[in-house]
Design a protein around this ligand. Structure first.
Ligand SMILES: [Zn+2]
Length: 128
């Protein structure tokens, strides 16, 4: 557990400070809605051999590189082949997941500032 921070709890945010935090939060939430490709996993490429006997891949000319995505989410772990036409979409999706985490951390920071300033309410943005 981290430090317990009491010192700033009694400060108060002004209307304009609270409004600017809420508008930053709104922009971040809009950005989240655009992360439609996100994939919780990592992309990698590798060379491989096939099951055809006599194929050159068994003599050192291995197939590839072929792209795969290794999923990290609980639902469907494992490695999945990525066809070439979708490699860049998958790579963007992996980046989007990292952006999702950054945004979640920043929103946490914003909400903490609002809370310390007595400006966090259950309605969230619906009332802003
Ligand atoms: Zn082969």
């Amino acid at each position: 557990m981290g430090n317990i921070c009491y010192t700033q709890q009694m400060s108060t945010l002004s209307d304009s400070e609270a409004a600017s935090l809420r508008s930053e939060r709104r922009r971040l939430l809009e950005e989240l809605s655009r992360l439609s490709l996100l994939i919780h996993g990592s992309y990698f490429e590798r060379y491989s051999t096939c099951s055809r006997s006599g194929c050159a891949c068994h003599e050192g000319k291995r197939h590839g590189p072929r792209g795969y995505v290794a999923l990290r989410s609980a639902g469907r772990p494992g490695q999945h082949y990525v066809r070439r036409s979708q490699v860049s979409a998958v790579q963007r999706g992996v980046e989007q997941y990292h952006r999702l985490l950054q945004v979640a951390d920043r929103i946490t920071g914003i909400n903490l500032e609002l809370m310390r300033g007595g400006r966090l309410d259950e309605q969230g943005d619906l009332r802003a």
